[in-house]
Ligand binder design. Structure first.
Ligand code: BGC
Length: 737
């Protein structure tokens, strides 16, 4: 029998629906009104500005600021690095730190760690709290986040980015940007585009197919612009198809500004501008960091010699460049001000609050990835009589210092050793360095001062006497490690760590490795350790977060945002030799094309050491009853994948359900599977939850190079559901009609 709802209930529901709709319409209307008001104000300002004043808005006046127009009350714009925290104040005219005493901040974990959380809500908290610090430090533009795709484990800046998968990076960058911008501070997503290595970054010319460009390298930028509404974007240093990306006809003018409808500002990277005509005509709005000679060297009054300063003015006066080109830039830089420092009721921000530290810790603990845990090595119980030997320089080394422009000056930084000591009150915690790597500045590493042999002897002696050894090693933020300006030069661990681990394991098998890197590394020593945790660069709360996971106070739930190949040649970018990486004669061809990261491993059947999406927990999960809501879909439909997740172990924990899609009979080459959806579920022990992951059919499109457009193929697709790219619980078939 049909059930009929009572009349008053129907009326109630209708009223609720109408009121929701009205609220939505009001919200849209009010955004439209605000936008219209801003545009009207800009219209009234533009004619009042002289040509000189307008040109002055388009280039730097100091290392990190641009001029305002004092007579009209238009403020300067102040910018700061970077993706993980607000950088210490830099001098007006040089890269030297200004030496302020009030610019210490909260260092948030590196973006690789944020990516490993697979948690968009946390990305929102990250952005918001970081944005509060930027606002408090009186910054209008925060130079981050970075979303260049992880192509090779050699890239010195991978730690600043969100991993190898465009869907993961796109999903996390949106809430990050929204969070920052809630503070009236612009996010400046960088580096647009194809800046996937640091080696030769200023000169290298990237050749890549349209498909790889659109399917792999651009989606996170597109999401940042269209879904995150990023108010700024930074060009990159490298060239693409022979033209510098900072003022690129196709990338900047056509794709970014025209096709994506970007209405914010394009800011150059520091010294990435190379020509007045191209910069003016190909969409660059603000030029930063250039020196008089275009090479970044500082000479007297150099800001007036920028490509977008006097040379621009001259070409405007002579009519070689039309004033409409300038007006478009000025409109954008004024819009940036109305969104930031000319916005009414702009929040005031805050610095180093307990909440900021808590968010930094939460991201850090959720991002740690447990890779190996034989004999339940982790968690380690804090008990009297237990001696823990903490060995390794990374246990005490600052990981917020170094790395290039993302270097930070945190108010404090809890080292892994300090964190472990603070948590393990009953056990005896002893430390020795094992090796020393010397102090590093931006691109110089001073040799170690201690005798390496005696450090090693000391480490082996300590390991022998301990019940448990925690080796805290990996890479660091020195030049040629995880650092800007150049790439790594070896896939294995540096500083003699591989030999040291072997020697330690010979005297104590109860050995765990806490690996601090922003990149994959070779692991010939893997059989020698019982436990392994990828712990990234975790910022201010690093040590506490590591101790949270080591002790079991927090159950690890991080998943790898990039693959760990067994050998370097197993990585797609390296499989084709120098032509592909780092390039020959300053040109490189991305030969692996769309098969980046796990797409390469999967499709070519090359097993990684650790796969994208992989990460263990102290409890166990099962994925069951996996099904799609339908078998057949139209092109504008949404595929709903349902899955029951059970926690079958003895602890509360969180699992990431991952949905990948592939098409075996496609008319174009495709990856075996690609991530198209995920969700993180928290479950008590014994608990079961049902989750639904939605994938729009649109997301299954490939980029058709002949049509220069996306195309959704009809026919069968495979849907893979699992908890890692190489651990699929169920494969479903669906059809697009
Ligand atoms: C980096 C940018 C950074 C800028 C300002 C450049 O060298 O590539 O990421 O924002 O410097 O420090």
């Amino acid at each position: 029998m049909k059930k009929i709802l009572p009349f008053h209930l129907i009326i109630g529901i209708v009223l609720i629906l109408v009121s929701c709709q009205t609220k939505k319409e009001n919200a849209t209307r009010s955004t439209t009104n605000t936008n219209q008001n801003i545009e009207a104000k800009i219209d009234s300002i533009l004619p009042r500005l002289t040509l000189e004043e307008k040109v002055d808005l388009c280039h730097a006046q100091s290392k990190f600021s641009t001029k305002g127009v004092a007579r009209l009350g238009i403020p300067e714009i102040w910018m700061s690095d970077g993706p993980h925290g607000v950088r210490a104040e830099i001098s007006w005219d040089s890269w030297d730190y200004a030496g302020w005493t009030n610019d210490s901040i909260t260092a948030f974990p590196a973006l690789t760690c944020l990516a490993a959380t697979f948690n968009p809500d946390l990305a929102g908290d990250y952005g918001f709290n970081l944005g509060e610090e930027a606002r408090y430090r009186k910054k209008d533009v925060l130079l981050g986040p970075g979303v260049n795709i992880y192509r090779t484990p050699f890239n010195g800046r991978n730690f600043e980015y969100l991993g190898e998968d465009p869907f993961l990076a796109s999903t996390l960058v949106v809430p990050y940007i929204k969070g920052v911008q809630k503070n009236g501070v612009a996010a400046c997503v960088k580096h647009f585009a194809l800046n996937n290595q640091e080696h030769w970054r200023d000169v290298v010319n990237v050749e890549v197919s349209d498909r790889a460009l659109h399917e792999i390298y651009l989606p996170a930028f597109k999401a940042a612009v269209q879904k995150g509404n990023s108010w700024a974007i930074m060009g990159a240093y490298n060239k693409f198809r022979g033209q510098y990306t900072t003022h690129h006809k196709l990338l900047t003018n056509k794709i970014l500004k025209s096709e994506w409808g970007f209405d914010g500002v394009v800011i150059s990277d520091w010294s990435s501008t190379h020509s007045t005509l191209e910069a003016a005509n190909n969409g660059l709005d603000i030029e930063m960091g250039t020196g008089t000679d275009g090479l970044g060297t500082t000479t007297e009054n150099h800001y007036q010699h920028y490509y977008l300063a006097n040379p621009f003015l001259e070409k405007l006066k002579s009519g070689e460049i039309s004033e409409a080109v300038l007006n478009d830039k000025v409109r954008r830089v004024l819009r940036l001000r109305f969104r930031t420092n000319m916005k009414a009721n702009r929040p005031l921000g805050s610095l180093n609050t307990p909440e900021h530290h808590e968010v930094a810790r939460k991201v850090a603990t959720e991002g740690i990835v447990l890779l190996k845990n034989d004999d339940n090595f982790f968690p380690i119980e804090d008990k009297a009589g237990l001696t823990i030997a903490v060995i390794g320089e990374n246990a005490t080394r600052s990981m917020t210092a170094g790395g290039g422009s993302s270097e930070l000056k945190p108010q404090f930084e809890i080292s892994p050793l300090e964190g472990i000591k603070a948590r393990f009150k009953n056990a005896k915690v002893l430390h020795t360095m094992g090796y020393e790597t010397g102090v590093s500045e931006y691109d110089v590493v001073h040799p170690p001062t201690l005798n390496q042999d005696s450090l090693k002897t000391e480490a082996i002696k300590l390991a022998k006497s301990a019940d448990v050894v925690l080796f805290v090693g990996g890479l660091n933020k020195s030049h040629l490690q995880d650092s800007e300006g150049d790439d790594r030069q070896q896939y294995g661990l540096p500083f003699g760590q591989e030999a040291l681990i072997n020697d330690i394991s010979n005297v104590n098998e109860n050995l765990g490795f806490i690996l601090l890197t922003g990149n994959a590394v070779a692991m010939p020593w893997l059989d020698r350790v019982k436990g392994l945790m990828e712990s990234w660069y975790l910022g201010s709360m690093a040590g506490h977060a590591i101790a949270d996971v080591v002790s079991g106070d927090v159950n690890p739930s991080g998943k790898l945002p990039f693959s760990f190949p067994k050998a370097l040649e197993d990585n797609g970018a390296h499989a084709f030799g120098e032509t592909s990486y780092p390039g020959v004669d300053m040109t490189q061809h991305y030969k692996e094309d769309i098969l980046v990261g796990y797409r390469w491993h999967d499709t070519k059947n090359i097993a990684p050491l650790y796969a994208f999406g992989f990460g263990l927990s102290y409890t166990a999960f099962e994925l069951e009853n996996i099904a799609s809501d339908k078998e057949n879909y139209t092109k504008n439909a949404h595929i709903k994948i349902k899955c029951d997740v059970s926690n079958t172990g003895n602890l509360a924990g969180a699992e990431v359900v991952q949905v990948y899609v592939g098409k075996k009979d496609s008319k174009v080459d495709r990856a075996l599977k690609e991530l198209k959806g995920f969700t993180k579920v928290t479950l008590d022990k014994g608990e079961q939850k049902s989750v639904t992951i939605e994938v729009p059919v649109e997301a299954l499109a490939f980029y058709n190079e002949e049509k220069s457009d996306w195309e959704i193929e009809t026919g069968d697709y495979q849907i893979y559901v699992g908890n890692a790219s190489n651990n699929i619980s169920e494969t479903l078939k669906i059809t697009v009609k």
